[in-house]
Ligand binder design. Structure first.
Ligand SMILES: NC(=O)c1ccc[n+]([C@@H]2O[C@H](COP(=O)([O-])OP(=O)(O)OC[C@H]3O[C@@H](n4cnc5c(N)ncnc54)[C@H](OP(=O)(O)O)[C@@H]3O)[C@@H](O)[C@H]2O)c1
Length: 241
């Protein structure tokens, strides 16, 4: 029985929604968010005693008020999971696509994570902060420069945060999840290989969170891709990236 209090930002679809189902089935109290109110309600209907909702856009100005409201509804917070991300293929380098990616994956992410870290620290909570970054964090790519840059920001921020948590002698756990391809709305349109189902990805993410890993690749074989991306010389990588 998992009696934790969990917030999942971005749980109207994809991995966030499936993670909410896994946590609620395991007995956790789960606060879920997204912009699509109807999808939040249908999720709540599946687990009426386990799920509470808060509808908001992470690019707006009220992220922290919404998080505080969810924490009040849950009566505390043990695990914060940010799944609210977008990936826009930007063949023509659209400024709108870049801005939306930065507002969502960088500004929204950094505001919420910063606040949750300080909430755990000030309240002496041995909490856990989790983000769904991407294997794309390792290198730039020409199809979606802002996306890979935003994921690099998230993963590097988390590395620093994990170091800070140790330095502060806190019991806060920082978990950077790096999925490869997972079959969701976001992954469509890419040249895909080793695509995981949402269910398989969410199960692996859940296990990695519960094991308090600092970093995990989903599916696990994407660790090899991360290794190749990290070490491939520019003259080779720039032919394909
Ligand atoms: N699928 C993949 O292959 C893949 C690979 C690597 C990394 N990832 C990362 O994994 C995370 C989850 O992606 P997914 O594939 O599960 O995608 P998804 O099905 O598109 O889910 C994304 C979630 O984020 C929420 N969201 C997006 N923009 C938002 C905003 N401005 N305000 C509030 N919520 C917002 C969406 O809710 P609303 O639309 O209701 O707001 C939705 O619940 C993302 O960060 C993504 O970059 C995915």
């Amino acid at each position: 029985m998992n009696s934790k209090k969990v917030i999942i930002v971005g749980a109207t679809s994809g991995m966030g929604r499936e993670l909410a189902r896994i946590y609620a089935s395991a007995g956790a109290q789960v606060g879920v968010t997204g912009r699509r109110q109807d999808l939040l309600y249908t999720l709540q209907t599946e687990f009426p005693n386990k799920i509470v909702t808060e509808c908001f856009d992470v690019t707006g100005h009220n992220n922290i008020a919404h998080l505080q409201s969810l924490i009040n509804k849950l009566g505390g917070l043990d695990i914060f999971i940010d799944c609210a991300g977008i990936g826009v293929v930007s063949s023509e380098l659209s400024r709108d696509a870049d801005k939306l990616t930065i507002d969502t994956n960088i500004n929204g992410f950094a505001e919420m994570v910063n606040w949750v870290y300080n909430y755990f620290l000030l309240n002496n909570v041995a909490g856990q902060i989790v983000n769904l970054s991407s294997v794309a964090a390792w290198r730039g790519n020409s199809w979606a420069p802002a996306y890979s840059a935003s994921k690099a920001f998230q993963s590097v921020y988390f590395e620093g945060l994990a170091m800070k948590a140790k330095r502060n002698k806190s019991n806060i756990v920082i978990t950077d999840i790096q999925p490869g391809f997972v079959y969701t709305k976001e992954s469509q349109g890419n040249k895909r290989f080793w695509v995981s189902s949402v269910q398989k990805a969410a199960r692996q993410i859940y296990k990695s969170i519960e094991a308090k890993k600092t970093r995990a690749y989903v599916s696990r074989r994407w660790r090899m891709v991360a290794f190749v991306l990290k070490w491939a010389p520019n003259f080779l990588y720039h032919k394909v990236g």
